[in-house]
Design a binder for this molecule. Structure first.
Ligand SMILES: Nc1nc2c(c(=O)[nH]1)N[C@H]1C(S)=C(S)[C@@H](COP(=O)(O)O)O[C@H]1N2
Ligand SMILES: [Mo]
Length: 184
């Protein structure tokens, strides 16, 4: 009996790290920096954070998320069409607002930065009032790197003051970084 208990205890101890590691599996796809309340990593490192370094973005603390972390948030599916697109697209992912609320924004603007440095900014009041999806999939397919992935910011026309029906310029693809900032 004692031996069985010992074997069971050993099996549990060896299985536990695998179970706890499972949720964090996969690479970080999104890092949130700037004026935020909840962080889960320390300062910018010029060697390991090489894309941040190339884009001259640094930070003291940040909140990093894997695709699993993003999938754990409530998912929104929205069909969006712009006149210059081949057709309507149905995307799925957490809302930008839900990611911002997860980390706790302490300022009123969000910069949405892509791997090529493209970085449109939006007012949080407009992000919260509208449907801004941080899409992880399009028409049921996960978004690839080399395409619009890992994350594509998608929102319908008229989502912010002054956006025309044709203007899809703020729909950043290949997004990897959100920065919460103050001011214009
Ligand atoms: N990462 C990234 N996203 C981007 C851009 C860009 O240069 N880089 N261009 C924007 C602009 S100006 C437009 S008009 C739309 C449409 O470009 P597309 O046809 O390449 O989607 O994508 C937007 N998203
Ligand atoms: Mo554009």
């Amino acid at each position: 009996m004692r031996r069985i208990v010992l074997v069971l205890a050993l099996a549990l101890i060896t299985a536990l790290p695998a179970v706890t590691a499972a949720r964090a599996a996969g690479p970080v796809v999104l890092t949130v920096t700037g004026e935020i309340e909840r962080t889960n990593r320390g300062p910018f490192d010029p060697f390991t954070d090489s894309l941040f370094a190339a884009l001259q973005e640094t930070f003291e603390r940040a909140h990093e998320l894997t695709l699993d972390d993003l999938a754990a948030l409530p998912q929104e599916t929205v069909e969006v069409a712009y006149p210059n697109w081949p057709g309507p697209v149905t995307v799925t992912g957490p809302t930008l607002a839900s990611v911002i609320d997860l980390v706790g924004a302490k300022a009123d603007r969000v910069l949405v930065q892509a791997v090529d440095g493209y970085a449109p900014a939006f007012r949080l009041s407009e992000v919260r009032a509208g449907t801004f999806v941080l899409a992880t999939a399009s028409d049921g397919k996960p978004l690839p790197l080399g395409g619009r992935g890992p994350l594509w910011l998608v929102f319908p026309a008229g989502s912010y003051a002054g956006q025309t029906a044709e203007d899809d310029s703020g729909l950043a693809w290949a997004v990897f970084h959100l920065k919460i900032t103050t001011g214009e």
